[in-house]
Design a protein around this ligand. Structure first.
Ligand SMILES: [Zn+2]
Ligand SMILES: [Zn+2]
Length: 229
């Protein structure tokens, strides 16, 4: 098992698959919305039972193995949750995915980080099933065209360390909807749509805005997935 801490100060446009480099803009949020109930109700993995939530003072820690709760070729050919790659144009991958020991610690009352640090590689958040959310970068650069051939039906694949992760929306995560899919930098991440079924047109450079959502009746800063390539 590998120990990996997901920092809440990492900030980049991770759940989008845009190929430009968004600047880390300032986020304005009142920091008055308590996310405890939503986090406790939403983070779970019924298939692996590998996700747990602990409240410690002003923080919530979500632990997971990072293994998904849905089908993917990366379970391995004889696994009950195996399914083939989508389409026919995919890499011939022998790589599998391994369990990790991820811990994401976020604030009960999320607020803007004191400083922001851009990261070019690695996990920047966690999906509700415990699978890490990665940014657009991989192997020192923006996702290469050939990376798309390694994606399973949920736009996920294991990295060089056999760490399975999402880059953007896909069949099992979110597909053009308003679903809550995870947390990034301590803030909720939703699908492309807002709760009214509309596409937000006021997102900042980080892909977020301050609005009421289906889970929070008070306005809360949240991100939206985009899938522009
Ligand atoms: Zn990747
Ligand atoms: Zn929104």
């Amino acid at each position: 098992m590998h120990e990996i801490l997901l920092s809440l100060i990492l900030l980049l446009s991770l759940t989008s698959c845009e190929k430009d480099d968004p600047a880390a803009d300032s986020i304005s949020t009142p920091g008055t919305v308590d996310i405890t109930d939503v986090v406790q109700a939403s983070f779970k993995n019924d298939y692996t039972d590998g996700v747990s939530v602990q409240v410690n003072g002003t923080n919530i820690s979500i632990s997971s193995t990072g293994l998904p709760d849905h089908k993917t070729p990366y379970w391995g050919a004889r696994h009950e949750m195996y399914e083939d790659f989508p389409g026919t144009n995919h890499a011939n991958m022998n790589i599998t995915m391994m369990p990790f020991n991820y811990v994401m610690t976020i604030l009960i009352y999320p607020k803007e980080a004191d400083f922001k640090e851009q990261t070019e590689l690695g996990a920047v958040g966690m999906a509700l099933n415990g699978v890490p959310l990665y940014n657009d970068y991989e192997g020192g650069g923006l996702l290469q065209e050939n990376a798309w051939g390694t994606f399973d039906a949920s736009a996920a694949h294991p990295g060089p360390r056999e760490d399975h992760h999402y880059h953007c929306e896909g069949d099992y995560l979110t597909a053009d909807d308003a679903n809550l899919i995870g947390f990034r930098d301590g803030f909720p991440v939703y699908g492309r749509q807002d709760m009214q079924g509309t596409y937000p047109d006021d997102l900042d450079d980080n892909g977020g805005h301050l609005r009421v959502t289906s889970d929070f009746s008070e306005a809360i800063y949240h991100y939206h997935v985009s899938n522009e390539v």
